[in-house]
Ligand binder design. Sequence first.
Ligand code: C2E
Ligand code: MG
Ligand code: MG
Length: 763
Amino acid sequence: MDEARQGSEPAPSVAAHNLLQQELITTRARLDRQVAQLMRLNQLSNHLLDRIDRRPVVEIFAEAVVDVLDVAVGAVWILPPIDAIARRAFAIFGTDASEAAWDTLGAALAARLPADGKPARLPVDGAPLLPGLDLRTVLACRCVGREGKTTAVILAANTVGVDAMTVSMSEESLQMLAVLAEKCAAHIDNNVDRRALESSKEQLELVLRGTNDGWWDWNVGQDTCFLSSRWMEMVGTPDAAAITREGFWHDRVHAEDRDRFEQALQRAFVGADRAIEIEVRLCRDDGSSLPVLMRGTILRAEDGRPLRMAGTIFDLTDRKRYEEHIHQLAFYDVLTELPNRRLLVDRLQQSLLARPRNGQVAALLMLDIDRFKWLNDTHGHAAGDQLLKALASRLRELVRPYDTVARLGGDEFVVLLEQLGTDPQRALATAQRVAAKILNAMDQPYTLSVGTVHHSVSIGAVLSTSGDLGADGMLRAADVALYQAKQDGKNIVRLFVPAMQEQVDSRSALEARLRTAFASGALKVHYQAQVDDTGHLVGAEALLRWTDPDSKSISPSEFIRVAEESGFIHTLGGWTLQLACEQVVRWRGRVPPGFRVAVNLSPPEFTRPDFVERVLETLARTGASGSELRLEITERTVIQDMHAIVHRMNALIGHGIEFSLDDFGSGSSPFVLLQELPVREVKIDQNYVRRIMDHPKDAAIVRAILAMCHATRLRVIAEGVETAAQMAQLGTDGCRYYQGYLFGRPVPSAEDPQELLEVRAVS
Ligand code: C2E
Ligand code: MG
Ligand code: MG
C-alpha cells in the first residue's frame, strides 16, 4: 500500500485489547482464589455435618482453620466457665510442638481478646506467644456458647518460615475466622444446636455473598437441595417441591446445555472426576438466561457412595461482557463498528469453502475514498473520522443483511457480496449493479461539522470465480483492480483481470530493481543547460539517470512513477536535491549572476507536511542559498489542495527559492493555475515545441502562452528545443529562454558549468 493511501487510524485498539486481556486474567485469578476459599468453606460444612459425632468438635475446628484459611497452624480451646470444674479441651492442628506449651495459651488469649466475639490480629513482635514456636500473623477470635456458659478461643497462625512464603492474611481471613468461631460456638454448649446452626449458616452466606457466588448443597440421599439466598437472587426462587435434583436441575439448566451438564454430573458421580467445573446457562424466573461457572465437589460415604454434592455458581455476565468486548475489539473496527480485516477474511474463507458444495458465487468489492487524504490534511483527522463513519453507515444500508461490509483500515472498505447465485455471468451483473449503486450513493454530499464535503469512491471488484485465488488472493486482486480504478480517473469500478496483476507484478519488480540500483550507486544526476537567446548559460536542470548493469538506460518517466507509488520518491527526491545543491555550490564563481539549478519535484514530495523543512535543511547542510535553487512543479502537484500548496510555496519563496511550472500546457487548466500560483517561470511543454513548425494550432498556443506570460511578467522557457528553426520561431514569438538538445543534452556534472553547453545536438 503506498504511503499516500494511509488514512486516519483509530485509537490504538491493540493496546486496549491487551489491557482488557490483562484485566480479565486478573479478575480470573481473583475469582479462582475466591472459589478456592469457597470450596474450603464447603468442605468445612461437609466436615461439620457428616463427621461431627465421630470426632471431637475442637479437633474438627482446628483442622478446619488450617483448611479454610490456608494457614500453617490452627488451634481451638474450650475454656470452662469460671464456676464450673471441668476439664478444658483443646486441639492444635498443623504443628507437632509440645501440647503442654499450648495448654495455657487459650486462657491467656481469652483475656486479651475482645469479648464481643470480633476477631483480632494479635501483635506478636517482641513477646512471642509460645516459647520455641515463633508464630507470625496470628488471628484469633473468642466465642461464647449460646447459653453463655462456655467460652472458646480459636486461633489461626503461620510459623515464621511459612509466613514468608504465603500471601498475607487479609480481611477476608478475619471474616472467615469469625464464621468458624461462630460455628464453633454453636457446638460448645450443646453439641448440635439447630438455631445456632441456622445463624452460622447465615453468617457463612454473608461471606459467600461478599464473594458474589451462589451456594448450593444437594443431599443426594434425600434428594433435597439447599440453595443459598444469593443463589436465588441470581437465578430465581424455585418452589419448594422443585428443589430436588430432578426437578431443579432439569428446569434450571438451559435446554441447550443440559446434555453437557448431565454428562459432567455423571462423570463426577461415577468417580471419573472428583469435581465438576462447567460453564452453563441457568434459566431465570423471568425467562432470561444467566451464564454461570458452576463448580461442585462430591462427598462420599466410606463405601464410595455419593452422599452430598455442594458447590457454587459464579455469575459470568461480566466476564462474558468482557469477552464480548475483547471479541469486538479483535474483530470489529472501533471507529465504524464494522467488521475488520480479520473477520472479513474469516467470512470470505467460509464463503470460499462452501462454494464446492453450494456453487454460490461471491464477489468482493474494495473501496477507497477519493481525495480522503486531502480531507484529513485540510480539515484534520476528526473530520476524516466523521466521513469514515458516515460512509460506513451509508454503505451498510445499501447491502443485504447477510453481506459483509468491513473496514480494512485507513479509508479502505470492503463489501463481500455472498450468495450471488450459481451462474457466474449473473453474479457478475449483480455485483456490477451493486457497485454502481454504491458509487452513486457515496457520491452524494456529506454533512460534517466542518461543512458539506463531496467525496466519491473508487471500486475494485473481483469474483470468487476468478481462478483459485483464496481469501488473501481475492483481497489482493480487488486491491489491484482498485488501483486500476484510481489510475483510470477515480469514481469508477474496475473488475479484476489477470493482466492487471501482471502489470502490478512488473511494477513491483521495477520498484525492487530501482531500490537495488539506488543502493548500488547506479543512479546519477545529470544536468542540462538552460540558455538565453544569446546562447549564454542561465541555469541547469537536474535530471535523474539510471543505467542498468547491462547498460540499458531506464527513463525517469518510467521509474519516477513507480517511485511515487511506492513512497521511494522521498528518498530519491531528497538525494537529488542534495546533489543539486552541492553542485551549485561547487559551481559558484563560474556561473553568471542569477544562475539557478532547477530540481523536479513529484507531487507526493511536495504534499508531504515536512517538505518545507526538508528543503531548508538541505540548503543549510549543503551551504546552498535559496537564490541558487529553482523548484519545478507540475499541474499534478497542484491538483490536491491549492491552498496548502500555495502556503508551502510562499514559505520557500521567503527563502529566495523560485518556482517553475513544468510541462505547461499539457494539463487541463493551465491558465487558472497561473492566476493562483506564485510561480516565477513557466516551461512550455516540449510537445508544443516539437510541433511548432508543422502545426499552426500548436504554434498559436505557444504564442498565446508567451503573450500572456509576458503580460503577467512571467519568465518563459521553452524546453525540448532541438532545432535552430524551432528556436527562431520561438524567438519571433517573444521567447527568451531555452532548453533542449540544441544547446546541450543532460550530462554528468562537470567541474566547469560551461561544459554543459559543449555537447551539441545535431539539428
Ligand atoms: P521534465 O522535467 O519535463 O524534463 C525534461 C525532459 O525532456 C527530460 O527527460 C530531458 O532529458 C528531456 N529533454 C530535454 N531536452 C530535450 C530535447 O531537446 N529533446 C527531447 N526529446 N527531450 C529533451 P528525462 O530526463 O527523460 O526526464 C523525464 C521526466 O522525468 C522529467 O521531465 C521529469 O518530469 C522526470 N524527472 C527527471 N528527473 C527527475 C527528478 O529528479 N525528480 C523528479 N521528480 N522527476 C524527474
Ligand atoms: Mg523538469
Ligand atoms: Mg518538462
